[in-house]
Structures are given as structure tokens and as C-alpha cells.
Design a protein around this ligand. Sequence first.
Ligand code: PMP
Length: 345
Amino acid sequence: MKPLQQLLRPNILALKPYSSARDEYTGEEGVFLDANENPYNAPYNRYPDPHQRRLKRRIAAFKGCESDQLFLGNGSDEPIDLLFRAFCRPGTDNVVAIDPTYGMYQVAAATNDIKVQQVLLTKDFQLDVEAVLAAVDKQTKIIWLCSPNNPTGNCLRNEDIERVITGFEGLVVVDEAYIDFAPGRSLLPRLQEFPNLVILQTFSKAWGMAGLRLGMAFAQPAIIEVLSRIKYPYNLNVLTQQKAMDLLEQNQQEVAQWIELLLAERSALAQELQKLPFVSLIHPSDANFLLIRTPNAKAVYQHLINQKIIIRDRSSVSLCAGCLRITVGSPEENKQLIQALQAYK
Ligand code: PMP
């Protein structure tokens, strides 16, 4: 890996972070007259902990890493944007990303005036390692990978990811938003081995907290420190921090049960979908959604919309002609979906 000083934008390297009112005093008791808050309407009158110390300790213990290897954001969309802003000089630097993949890498790149060199996955949605590394040039700062990938649903092979990480001198981001549905596949236990690896995970999927917005980035402390310096001081609100603590302390077993149920429902749903004459292929999934192929994707999509069942038409995405992406719902929701599809002519 290149020294971090060479990878970072010079202005970010020089930046002095905002010092918030509660940086100097970390005690929980006291008469707080430092932040121009209102003394009434507790507990929402107080700014949240900008460093999220308690929650970070809790999540780090759960994930088996250190607090200083963890960044918490307003969804994982926040670290996606921050990584562009910290490392890529607008109009000059570029990134490499797989195609197809999650659309926000493109949006964040465009917002920051960064070019994305897209590299097609193979036909079975795996990495073309040589092509990914060949797309790198002097201005490439980050390679974006996603495993399990969205919208294809499959995990990339870890040995391929590893070849990309070790074959590139900049950062490699592996977005593991769906990793809780693919036990044993995360690269997190190997974080220490790769100084240029950034792993993204989220509470939005398996943890059922999409509405509260809590995402995670794991990396070596020096990278985490940079993201923390440029984030909004109070990026995680009081409710999000509290609800995540509650979930981790009281509902871990329930979350494990949700995952088990959703995986069983995914198999059942795939079996039912297979029986439909107009479904030509169901791609193997390591996530909580299925990507299916049909000759009449737009018509099937519209048929479902007419019955207020919303899925995702991915038929215009690279390698995904005729593809629809279906999230695995509750047993009742999945039944409704199958019934609606059985009525399609
Ligand atoms: N990464 C991937 C691959 C996703 O599919 C999504 C959400 N659809 C996200 C990140 C963003 O998740 P969050 O809710 O944590 O911002």
C-alpha cells in the first residue's frame, strides 16, 4: 500500500477538524451550559456523543475488532461518500468499480466529480481480477467491490478479492451490506492482514434498522481517523445510537432468528418461482433477495405494480437483461407475491 499521506487529498491531510462542545469534557454528569442547548425536552435536548464511544465499544466487541478500527455513519452511504471526499481529488483522480453493482458508488463519484472505470463481472457474476487490475492507472485511488453483490446477489470469491487487495496500492473497499446472510464469508476476521482494506457493513438489512440509518466502515485506525475527522460532528442521532444499543443488548437472538427465517424463505421462494413458466433462471443468492430472469421483465414488473407489489426492475443493468430483483419478505408477503405471479398470463 502507498503511504496514506500520498493517497489522501492534500487538503484533507491538512484539515483541522471541528471541535465540538463536548470534546473536552467526557463525563456524563454535570451542569451543561457549553453547547447552547435547551435545558428542556430531555433526552432529545442534548447533542449526541459525536464520537459514539459507548456504541462503538459495543459494536466492536460484537464484531471482534477494536473501537479504533470502526467508523459509524448515517447508513453505509455516508462512508461511501466520505471515502470519495477523503481520497479522490475532484476532476483528477478516479476509481475502479465492478459492473453491475450498487448504484451509490456512481452517484457519490459523480457528486465529487470523480471518474469511475467500470469493469464487467464475468457471466457468472464473478470478478475478472486481471481486468480489474488492468483498469487501474496512476490516478486510481480506490477499487470498489461488493460481496454479496447487489443486484446479482452472489458473493465474490474471497481468493479473487484477496488478489485485488494485494495487487493494488490504493484502497480496496469491500461492501458487505448483505454479509449477515452469508455466514463465514466476511473478510472482517482478516482485516489486520490488509492495511488497504476497507469493509462496509450495515444495520439496514439483517438487523432491520434501515429507517434509523446506521452503517459501519472497518479499516486500519489511520483510515478510520480520517473519516471521523471529516464527518458531520453529530452524524448519528440519539435515537439511532440508543436503538442500536438496545438491539445489540436485548435482541441478538431475535436477529439471528430473522436471518434463519429469511434464508429459509429465500429457498422456499426460489422453489415456487422456479415453477413459473415465464421464469427462465433464478440466480444463486447469498443475500436477502433473488435475481430472476424472464423474457418479459417489464410486463411482469408492471403486472405486480398493478397489484401494489413492488419489486425492482434491473433489466437495463449490465449483464442483467431480463432481470428482476425480488427482496425476500415475510412468509405472508412472499405468498402474496407468488399468488400474483401465478395469475400472470
Ligand atoms: N451497499 C449496498 C450493496 C446496498 O445494497 C445498500 C442499500 N441498498 C447500501 C450499501 C446502503 O445501505 P445503508 O442503508 O447502510 O446506507
